[in-house]
Design a protein around this ligand. Sequence first.
Ligand SMILES: NC(=O)c1ccc[n+]([C@@H]2O[C@H](COP(=O)([O-])OP(=O)(O)OC[C@H]3O[C@@H](n4cnc5c(N)ncnc54)[C@H](O)[C@@H]3O)[C@@H](O)[C@H]2O)c1
Length: 336
Amino acid sequence: MLKAAVIGVGSIGQNHARVYREMDGAQLVAVVDANAASAARIGGRLNVPHYSDIDKMLEEQKPDLVSISVPTSLHFKVGMDLIAKGLHVLVEKPITSTLEQAEELCDAAKKKGVLLAVGHIERFNPAVMELRRRLREGMALGKVYQIHTQRLSPYPSRIQDAGVVIDLASHDIDLMRYLTGEEITRVYGETLQSINSDREDMFNGLMRFRSGTVGVLNVNWMTPTKIRRLTVTGARGMFDCNLISQELFFYENETAPSQWDALSVLRGVSEGNIVGIKLQRHEPLAAELNDFVAAVRDGRQPTVTGLDGLETLRLALDFVRSGADHQVVDEVKVMP
Ligand SMILES: NC(=O)c1ccc[n+]([C@@H]2O[C@H](COP(=O)([O-])OP(=O)(O)OC[C@H]3O[C@@H](n4cnc5c(N)ncnc54)[C@H](O)[C@@H]3O)[C@@H](O)[C@H]2O)c1
């Protein structure tokens, strides 16, 4: 049985702790939080030892793997310390605050021979998993023209160390990389700053993939409701995915060209059947942590590697730069 610990049991970290506590393949041995009262509250609730000092916890509990869910600006320092001590690490998204830190973290994990996973949780959303499976099969949609995401919500005031692009849009950037599996050739972003005092809280981005598919991102912290939606439009119709309710619909283009009727391409697009796709719902975080634990146990890479986190951060930072400079950024070496 692998021993797990969670570092930082705030908003998301307490859920990591709960999931490990309920998991068959790992045993939650401790929770750690710099705020001793938070550590005690979550430790008490889950009936596991709690600490405010990471080293003391390591000495007494000797975990094999950890989730790091401290604020983003601390991912690098806490991650480097734990990797140096030989632990397998799942760090919450975004991997780090800067590209240099992300590269160093990935290098350190590789040199030490430990796994580094990043918490891009949407890959484990059952609606995304089914959508990806259908896109991979190719027949459902044919050529993919556009992927469009909306991730809109009010501003969570606890987030003081990251703008909306690296904090929130990184989910969508990772999803676009994952769903297309394609190289990105250029990105352009427009950002606005209104609620946050020193970082962007509205982002509209465009990304172009090698095959010509266009990614459109609409992300902000200024909407008085929470929307998480992804649509993929292609030759044979459109997938519409609600990431909150875990629903997936297919809107069929009735006059889509088929291989038996080359001339039908001239007919354009018309409304066809709308199919609700049956999904087995599950908690994405549980699937993410199960994947991480299985990767450690089986000695394989996790579904979201440190390098995935690094590439997503690189694109996110290019978007931030584009938003500031109003310039298109040509991407030269992005491989999913
Ligand atoms: N994957 C997701 O969907 C998702 C959702 C929310 C947050 N996150 C990410 O998780 C991270 C944490 O976000 P949050 O919203 O839970 O923040 P939070 O502020 O609610 O929690 C952070 C916790 O870390 C503790 N902490 C701070 N410094 C520490 C240290 N040195 N050692 C131990 N504990 C320390 C704080 O006391 C706090 O309890 C961020 O990087 C965020 O981007 C990811």
